[in-house]
Design a protein around this ligand. Structure first.
Ligand code: GDP
Ligand code: GDP
Length: 452
């Protein structure tokens, strides 16, 4: 099961790591190696009553860029907060409220993540209450006096914390791979759905989706759960009279939005049409993983070159999802249908993949060595300071550069190609976010980055 993440946030030296160790009850750093969890940050498993969760220390969060603390740290804290179910802001009860505390609190109030205030270094219970009371002014609710060193107060803090964690049933849902089957009418979506459900066997249940008549179906195979999005939409035309030209594109768009992985079904006989291209465009735009399923392969007369020619042609026309894996199947004969789920698993895995900052920077350095960034006629050259993955689903990598305008489309595509060559990412779109930064700031940023 996916474990909820609790981010520990605060300025340096307030006792974040001490508190993390106290909450997790361990001293050694445990680096998680699971999809959905960034390896740059240290996650420690913790539990309280019946709830398991991961605690992540974000490093000293400081907002004033003129101090020695750098954008990279802030980027990491933001990424940690983005995946957190709750946050604990740690402050120092002996220091009282500082400007940095106020800045951090202001920043946290702009996010929807629930925040608890732990007023650390409150060893004395009586004095602690007084010290803590001062932090009401941060506007984040009741401050909890705690001592990371001695452990007092942490029980009350944890009691409150677990009320903010998502219910276990919701977390189980996060584990499901949400699959949308989309394509024009008559390409064989219902037939594939039946094959899919038949193959997975254990049908858990039809479950209502977000819109009133969107019925999802949850199936299980090898302990993995798949939620087939809007199966009612796939079958609907069987009950309702639609003209032959009717194409429920809005319904397909909605299904794409709710999916992790989209099966784009193409008719092998007809080939790729404009409608298929529209769907492919939307899949890429929404950042969904995709498997291109070319169905009715039994209906195509074959010679030894056909599959290759066919694939080339199909790929060219589906350039929006050129990164997608393709499979040739027949829902009618069942040929290769069981392999579809394998490709879905693979695409889902790549979609939620996290790559460490050090690996990303190795790729960037290598790429720049083969082919340095372009130089303008005035002699200004593009410089990439460093990159770091900021989110997954789809993997999104922020590239900090001197000026994004110095990197033309060709070079940007070259970098994306290098990422794919080195790291794979088959089946998922990858987003590169080119961000300009002031030189002075980044020089220090890159020094820092080497230590992360
Ligand atoms: P971080 O930079 O926020 O992770 O802070 P650390 O956990 O490294 O702690 C900074 C300093 O505060 C260290 O010298 C700790 O020994 C001290 N410290 C941490 N927790 C407590 C506490 O509960 N009480 C007191 N008195 N000192 C603490
Ligand atoms: P949907 O509208 O996309 O759900 O398509 P259906 O699953 O209803 O299939 C449309 C028609 O194509 C039906 O007559 C199916 O029997 C036929 N069909 C589906 N899959 C295949 C296939 O792999 N090969 C052939 N030859 N026909 C197929």
């Amino acid at each position: 099961m996916v474990l909820p993440v609790v981010a520990i946030i605060g300025r340096p030296n307030v006792g974040k790591s001490t508190l993390v160790n106290r909450l997790a009850g361990v001293n050694e750093a445990i680096v998680h190696d699971e999809p959905g969890v960034t390896r740059d940050r240290t996650y420690k498993p913790a539990f309280w009553q019946d709830r398991d969760f991961l605690v992540v220390d974000t490093g000293g969060l400081v907002f004033d860029d003129d101090t020695e603390f750098l954008p990279l740290i802030r980027e990491q804290a933001m990424a940690a907060l983005a995946e957190a179910s709750a946050a604990i802001m740690v402050v120092d009860g002996q220091d009282g409220v500082t400007n940095s505390d106020e800045e951090i609190a202001t920043w946290l109030r702009q996010h929807s993540v629930p925040v608890l205030i732990a007023v650390n270094k409150c060893e004395s219970p009586d004095k602690g209450l007084m010290q803590a009371a001062e932090f009401w002014s941060l506007g984040l609710g009741e401050p909890f006096p705690v001592s990371g060193i001695h452990g007092n107060g942490t029980g009350d803090l944890l009691d409150q914390l677990i009320t903010h964690l998502p219910p276990i049933s919701e977390l189980e849902e996060l584990d499901e791979i949400r699959v949308a089957i989309v394509g024009r009418p008559n390409v064989g979506k219902s037939s594939l759905l039946n094959a899919f459900v038949g193959e997975a066997r254990a049908i858990v249940s039809p479950i209502s989706g977000t819109t009133r008549d969107a019925i999802d179906m949850v199936v299980e195979r090898d302990g993995k759960r798949y939620r087939l999005i809007d199966t009612a939409g796939i079958r609907k035309k069987k009950q309702v009279e639609y003209g032959p030209e009717f194409f429920g594109i809005n319904r397909a768009f909605k299904a794409i939005r709710r999916a992790n992985v989209v099966l784009l079904v193409i008719d092998a006989v007809d080939g790729v049409t404009e409608q298929d291209q529209k769907l492919a465009g939307r899949i890429a735009e929404e950042g969904r993983a995709c498997v291109v399923v070319v169905n009715k392969w039994d209906g195509v007369e074959k010679d030894s070159y056909t599959i290759y020619d066919h694939e080339q042609k199909t790929r060219d026309r589906l350039y929006f999802v050129e990164w997608a894996e393709m499979i040739y199947v027949s829902a009618l004969t069942g040929q290769r249908v069981p392999k579809i789920l394998e490709l879905v698993d693979r695409a889902a895995e790549q979609h939620q993949r996290r790559v460490s900052t050090s690996v990303i920077n190795e790729v960037l350095e290598d790429a720049a060595r083969w082919h340095s960034p372009p130089t303008t006629r005035q002699g200004r050259q593009g410089r990439i300071y460093y990159g770091t993955q900021v989110t997954s689903q789809p993997p999104s990598i922020a590239l900090f550069v001197n000026d994004p305008k110095l990197f033309g489309n060709n070079y940007q595509r070259y970098i994306e190609r290098k990422f794919r060559e080195s790291l794979g990412f088959a089946g998922t779109p990858v987003r590169l976010l080119w961000r300009g930064k002031k030189m002075r700031e980044m020089e220090r940023g890159s020094n820092r980055a080497t230590r992360v």
